[in-house]
Design a protein around this ligand. Structure first.
Ligand code: SF4
Length: 257
């Protein structure tokens, strides 16, 4: 975490982010870098910054990780903004795991050897897991593995992600460029230095569209099964399932955002 950047003013932060975006797209090329877009405030701000750099266009694809467990408003927001901003969205869904689910339970014997290896890698040895309730195998397969597949299938060398230093302890040690090995690619984090209040200041100043859930007491939006309103709003991710938050370091080491 760079305290100097964290305490700079909003214009300086925006300029730094724009420099990083331009540098990354020049370095990797428009076909080889994508934006990880969740439809949440941070990644939507990142997409808005890319539009600012490219005169209202988003010249690179977006990867939307579709767990099948998002709030309806997230899907509506994704579809409406995609049309409004002319976005090229890759919908990344782990259909293999979803198809192997019966009444919310994933039967591991129905999965391919590669998928079974992914689950084994996180130390899960049971013959099944419950979507949303068994958070590590659920998040790993529906989010991380879906992201990995999107990177491989679309030949991406880099993925821009809208994480921030002040958002979560496991993210405070991140750097702007973060090399990953499985699959080999670079994570680029252009808004690391934004604080929570900077995000809202930017969104309000620039009329960036936002999911209506933010006006209903949600401060951070994940799957509907694992996210609650957080009306006190003292801790940004306070509405997220806290057992998952405690395993973030472990999930992030395996490729989670
Ligand atoms: S947030 Fe919950 S439902 Fe979504 S992938 Fe993770 S454990 Fe599964």
């Amino acid at each position: 975490m760079d305290e100097t950047l964290m305490t700079s003013n909003l214009d300086e932060k925006v300029n730094k982010s724009k420099e990083l975006i331009l540098e990354a797209i020049n370095k990797f090329g428009k076909e080889k870098v994508a934006i990880a877009w969740t439809g949440g405030k941070d990644s939507t701000l990142l997409v808005h910054l890319v539009r600012e750099v490219f005169n209202g266009q988003v010249p690179i694809p977006l990867v939307f990780v579709d767990t099948g467990k998002h709030f309806d408003t997230v899907y509506t927001f994704r579809d409406d903004l995609s049309e409004q901003w002319n976005l090229n969205v890759i919908n990344a869904m782990n259909t293999e795991v979803i198809n192997a689910t019966e009444i919310g339970i994933v039967k591991i014997h129905r999965l391919s050897e590669d998928m079974r290896q992914e689950i084994k890698q996180i130390g899960w040895t049971k013959e099944e897991f419950r979507l949303a309730l068994d958070r590590e195998p659920c998040c790993h397969t529906l989010k991380t593995v879906a992201t990995k597949k999107a990177i491989i299938e679309n030949g991406l060398d880099a993925l821009m992600v809208g994480i921030r230093w002040d958002e979560q302890e496991s993210r405070s040690k991140e750097s702007y460029y973060s090399p990953r090995i499985n699959p080999k690619h670079i994570r680029i984090h252009p808004i690391l230095h934004f604080r929570w209040d900077d995000v809202w200041e930017y969104i309000n100043l620039n009329n960036v569209p936002r999911n209506p859930l933010y006006d209903k007491g949600f401060t951070s939006i994940g799957c509907f099964t694992c996210t609650n309103p957080n009306p006190e709003g003292k801790v940004e991710r306070g509405g997220r399932a806290q057992d998952k938050e405690q395993t973030m370091n472990r999930l992030r080491a395996l490729g989670y955002f």
